[in-house]
Design a protein around this ligand. Structure first.
Ligand code: RRO
Length: 308
């Protein structure tokens, strides 16, 4: 019932982890492979390992989460070794987030030369590295990077975007993305640079960047749905969409699909529940579809109604 075709791969269901959650180590990646997720993605990596920001750097909140992890990862080689040598049973995404153009191009060259036959996600939206702006908020730099990427890289590749909040920005980014043979666009990364304060201590809740960090979970669902919908209605048909942001229930998943997503990534709620969440999400989404009389996702994907 939930079978999905994406980038010429067959997926048992549309769910996978959002990069960054439960995917830093091979043990965690194995747990995702053994879960009922439809796919898995590795933690965004850099050419060399990084420890990331000082702790506390991730806090769960009643309405979601705030994080400023600072791109901790075990380095490109660790994840390449995993995705090329593990007999995992489902489609695999490889996330890269270089600190500059050269690092991104270098990692793509190495992926191109490897036996990796999954899908690459280029993260243009890390909000938490001190002193770095989110690349995808700089339209010119994004266009320049994508030109360089597609000059040489030929395997399937998508980009992870930050949220946009203005129709002019949806239009401008879509115009740039439509120039390239992208496999997909993933909307959205965390909502950057929120601030959460603890009443008792009158103190921010995470240590890096004086408490500023990326927001996730239910509090960002409406922003995520808006971005999925905005890109679904602006991108050419052969660019598919991954919906990420605020998916904690089958209903949230259904709404993302109605807005036009094909795959669905789960971050904050996976962090709270662990990989068993994929049993619940698939069950809840199927129950909603049965109740509404849908036999396949294709019957309702992208068909959210507006007032006429
Ligand atoms: O590691 C992080 O701080 C991080 C990254 Br790379 C990202 O893309 N999104 C996020 O919320 N945190």
């Amino acid at each position: 019932m939930l079978k999905t075709v994406f980038a010429n791969h067959e997926f048992e269901n549309p769910f996978l982890n959002a990069s960054g959650v439960h995917c830093m180590t091979t043990e965690e990646l194995d747990e995702l492979d053994h879960s009922s997720s439809g796919a898995l993605i590795t933690k965004s990596c850099t050419p060399l390992p990084r420890l990331g920001n000082p702790e506390p750097r991730y806090i769960n909140l009643p309405t979601g989460s705030i994080n400023s992890m600072g791109l901790p990862n075990k380095g490109f080689d660790y994840y390449l070794e995993y995705v090329t040598n593990t007999p995992y049973t489902k489609p695999c995404f490889f996330s890269i987030s270089g600190m500059n153009t050269d690092e991104n191009l270098d990692m793509l060259r190495r992926l191109a030369a490897s036996s990796f036959n999954g899908i690459t996600e280029l993260n243009l939206s890390c909000p938490n590295v001190t002193g770095k702006t989110q690349l995808a908020y700089d339209f010119e730099q994004t266009e320049r990077l994508l030109n360089q990427v597609f000059d040489s890289y030929q395997k399937p590749l998508g980009v992870k975007l930050p949220p946009y909040f203005d129709f002019a920005h949806f239009d401008e980014m879509a115009k740039i993305l439509n120039q390239f043979p992208l496999t997909y666009v993933n909307a959205i990364n965390s909502v950057g640079n929120g601030l959460v304060i603890d009443l008792d201590s009158e103190k921010v809740v995470i240590k890096p960047k004086d408490g500023f960090g990326g927001l996730g979970g239910p509090m960002i669902k409406a922003t995520a749905l808006a971005n999925v919908r905005a890109f679904a209605t602006r991108l050419k048909d052969d660019i598919q969409i991954i919906g990420t942001g605020g998916i904690a229930t089958g209903q949230d998943a259904f709404e993302h699909l109605l807005c036009g997503a094909t795959l669905l990534q789960v971050g904050t709620q996976l962090h709270k529940e662990g990989p068993a969440i994929f049993d619940r999400l698939t069950r809840e989404l199927e129950a909603i579809m049965k109740q509404k009389g849908y036999a396949t996702i294709d019957e309702f994907r992208g068909k959210v109604k507006s007032f006429s």
